[in-house]
Design a protein around this ligand. Structure first.
Ligand code: GDG
Length: 472
């Protein structure tokens, strides 16, 4: 057996240029943790863009050799490539369309050309490391063409692909001028994974109508090869959140917040700045809740964190202005000298603060308009160590398929969301514990390590089947 190669747009490290040289901070994200056990061992390697522009050859060499010690390999891209491939095609074509925002979607030939070109660069970099007996696991919508590019060069490699965002219904997907090329790119894989069974169905329907292939229980025949399509709902590092919630640091942090939040009930809301997350509607629902249930004025605080993301892009800048204005308007309308209805932060927080916010909150309000999975709701569940607390969750998040003991809402239905807040506030403790117990057992069992194992095992099974077929 050969080695395992992980490929994603970004490497799990952030590199900063400082006066005394380059500084490297490893990513603490769930994916990096889950895949850590794989890429850090032996000859295995993780390939991706290091997140900074480097033109100087010596600097490139320095970064390459430093990353090599961490089993990572950089794919260097120019500013123009990032603008057109990442900010352009990935984030203004695929991202909005796949999240059901066709009116935000741009169709630009130049972006498409660069997308193909950069996927090709990733392919060439991969071929410096990969052989026919290796396992290659490619991640996400920035690299849809890569599986088939690698397949053409290494016909026997094990190639897995996982998409972290939704796959839209055919009626949405068909809008793309380059729809067939994208599907053919993905079909170079032996195994294609999505978070939910609905994504699988949508993908198979597009493959059927655009490429003309039928599936049998998710199995496709692509020429002489098998390509399996299945759902793998991603989990979190459960024990990390559970342990953090019990730690001294978190307890200290909670005590310091208590002083400011007073005796009010707390609703937590955490997202990256993105129109798919439904932040303005969530604010409007909270406003409606305070109007419909005025006795709760002064009794409930919405703790809202919006993490800056893509905020150089016009659409995101406008969203930020809309959120700022809504928070100001709602606080101005309902607030009192001793109570601010919404505590709003536009920045990211260290992990311990996040853990404290999850643990101290009585309710988590997770209401995306569309979300591949959504890990925030799972992190809240893992942090509720005394098993009290209520999750209000959008049916449009992939997570809703697994977390049926949450209060499930339609994020476009403001009165329903307002009522769900009320229901959560009056829910008897026994019911909270019963629901949380169910939620925790699901999130604990299907954690990130289980997700990685399941995907890798399934890839192995497809390869074995493929082998049996070829020797028959
Ligand atoms: C994509 C898909 C899918 C947030 N604020 C802070 C912080 N975070 C961390 C959370 C969580 C992560 O960011 C956000 O993950 P999500 O899953 O909620 O959303 P996306 O970033 O959109 O991720 C999504 C995911 O990929 C995985 O497949 O679930 O559907 O869109 O882990 O904890 N972390 C810290 N400070 C913060 O202020 N340290």
């Amino acid at each position: 057996m050969g080695k395992t190669i992980i490929i994603s747009n970004r490497l799990p490290v952030s590199i900063q240029k400082k006066e005394d040289g380059l500084s490297y901070t490893p990513s603490a994200g769930g994916l990096a943790t889950g895949l850590g056990s794989i890429y850090k061992s032996g000859d295995n390697v993780w390939l991706g863009w290091p997140g900074l522009y480097v033109t100087n050859e010596n600097e490139k060499e320095e970064i390459t050799s430093n990353l090599k010690n961490e089993n990572m390999a950089p794919v260097f891209l120019t500013k123009e490539e990032i603008e057109k491939f990442y900010e352009g095609f990935s984030n203004t074509t695929l991202w909005p369309l796949f999240h059901y925002f066709p009116s935000y979607t741009s169709f630009d030939e130049g972006y498409w050309e660069t997308y193909k070109f950069v996927n090709q660069i990733f392919c060439e970099e991969t071929l410096k490391y990969a052989h026919n007996d290796d396992i290659i696991w490619i991640h996400d919508y920035q690299l849809l063409l890569l599986p088939n590019m690698i397949r053409e060069k290494l016909p026997n490699a094990s190639i897995g692909f996982f998409q972290h965002i939704p796959f839209p219904s055919f009626e949405i997907f068909r809008n793309l001028p380059w729809r067939k090329e994208l599907l053919e790119g993905m079909l170079g894989s032996d195994l294609i994974g999505f978070h939910t069974y609905d994504d699988v169905r949508h993908f198979l329907s597009s493959v059927n109508r655009l490429v003309g292939l039928d599936n049998k229980m998710g199995e496709l025949r692509v020429e002489e090869r098998i390509c399996m399509v299945d759902s793998f709902p991603m989990g979190i590092d459960y024990s990390k959140f559970d342990m953090a919630a019990r730690s001294e640091n978190t307890i200290k942090e909670i005590a310091s917040y208590g002083e400011f939040l007073g005796n009010t009930k707390t609703i937590v809301s955490i997202d990256r700045l993105d129109y798919s997350k439904g932040i303005p509607d969530r604010l409007l629902a909270f406003d409606l809740f305070l109007e419909n249930y005025p006795d709760y004025k002064g009794q409930v605080t919405l703790l809202m964190i919006v993490v800056p993301s893509r905020d150089q892009v016009d659409l995101y800048k406008q969203l930020k202005v809309e959120i700022d204005e809504l928070v100001g308007r709602i606080n101005g309308k309902h607030g009192k000298i001793d109570w601010t209805p919404i505590r709003y932060f536009y920045r990211s927080f260290p992990f311990t603060s996040l853990s404290a916010m999850y643990r101290l909150s009585d309710i988590a309000l997770v209401t995306p308009l569309r979300d591949g999975m959504n890990l925030v709701c799972k992190e809240f569940i893992a942090s509720k160590i005394d098993q009290t607390g209520v999750l209000i969750l959008s049916e449009m998040a992939g997570a809703a398929k697994e977390l049926s003991d949450a209060l499930i809402i339609n994020p476009n239905n403001l009165p329903e969301m307002a009522d769900a807040i009320y229901k959560a506030l009056i829910m008897p403790e026994e019911e909270q514990i019963r629901r949380m117990d169910e939620l925790q057992s699901v999130v604990k069992r299907y954690d990130i390590h289980n997700w990685v194992q399941l995907f890798m095992r399934s890839l192995d099974v497809v390869k074995e089947k493929q082998y049996e077929m070829s020797v028959k």
